[in-house]
Design a protein around this ligand. Structure first.
Ligand code: BV8
Length: 240
């Protein structure tokens, strides 16, 4: 296996499945028995902010209990042992399992469950406590203008300038546990491939993006990713 220098790892709900968190497809588009369009859209938030706050406060409690699984931990090993490489994680997940596993360079393009943003001054708070229409922004002291720092359908993604640079520079693109149906994240592999990266997909099954991947590694990421990381680390040891 060649030595890679700039690795971009895109993750989706599937990498958190073995931590006991439901994926969106498995939940048939339901988020904790709520219809997606009732909670994960900017219109829903404007229509009934308290309802959306309560949904994410409940989800926050659930995600806070989850523990990283061997797939997340394999990324930590790769970042620590695969020498002289920039390794960035672009995640669609709003859970904090990458951070709990010790991963660094994590970019939450769909936001983070433990953050809220003030629509009055833009201040971001990090908390696992409830946030709702009564919450006062600690920065501008305005009450009732906090929104979960979650990218709803119809909102632009976060960190896209950074992601564009990572996609242009990467020589290895790993897609782990994503169905490739939510855009623009679903198109990241095309950009990486256009710029010459090798593209590998880790999933239980072929996805709608399969054409853009050079390699498909089927199976639960908690098994396939640690084995792949072993292969990558051993490949540089033998090369030394
Ligand atoms: C935007 C926050 C510009 C909420 C989320 C047509 C073309 C292009 C775009 C669109 C279009 N129609 C509409 C759009 C725009 C829309 C979109 O893509 N819609 C889709 C439904 C067609 N996109 C947007 O609105 C984005 N913004 O485009 O801005 C704009 C501006 C204004 C107007 C228009 C456009 C914003 C998208 C972000 C939405 N927010 N999350 C929350 O999380 O609560 S998205 C949500 O979906 C999550 O982030 C989640 O990550 C994602 C679902 O995807 P996956 O992560 O892939 O999860 P899924 O369950 O689908 O798949 C899991 C996979 O894992 C499966 O393949 C399974 O086989 C595999 N798996 C399971 N277990 C394992 C496993 N693999 C390995 N091991 C295992 N153990």
């Amino acid at each position: 296996m060649e030595k890679f220098n700039n690795i971009l790892i895109l993750t989706g709900a599937g990498i958190s499945a073995e931590s006991g968190l439901a994926t969106f497809r498995a939940a048939n588009g339901l988020w904790n028995n709520h219809k997606v369009e009732d909670v994960a859209t900017i219109e829903a938030f404007q229509r009934n902010p308290q309802y959306v706050h309560e949904f994410y406060n409940d989800l926050k409690k659930e995600l806070q209990k989850a523990k990283p699984n061997p797939a997340h931990l394999a990324i930590t090993r790769l970042q620590n042992e695969y020498k002289d490489a920039n390794i960035n994680i672009v995640t669609q997940n709003v859970d904090t399992l990458h951070e709990k596993a010790g991963n660094h360079n994590v970019w939450h393009v769909h936001g983070q469950i433990n953050q809220a943003v003030c629509l009055n001054c833009g201040h971001i708070i990090e908390t696992f406590a409830d946030v709702d229409t009564e919450t006062i922004c600690p920065n501008c002291q305005v009450q009732g203008m906090m929104k979960p720092n979650i990218v709803f359908f119809g909102e632009n993604l976060l960190y896209m300038d950074k992601v564009d640079n990572l996609l242009r520079d990467c020589d290895l693109f790993l897609s782990i546990g994503t169905s490739g149906v939510v855009f623009p994240a679903a198109a990241f592999v095309q950009t990486a491939k256009y710029h010459g990266a090798k593209t590998f997909e880790f999933n239980l099954e072929m996805t709608s993006n399969n054409y853009y991947f050079d390699r498909h590694i089927f199976g639960p990421a908690g098994t396939t990713l640690p084995a792949f990381v072993d292969e990558m680390i051993n490949s540089i040891k033998t090369a030394d």
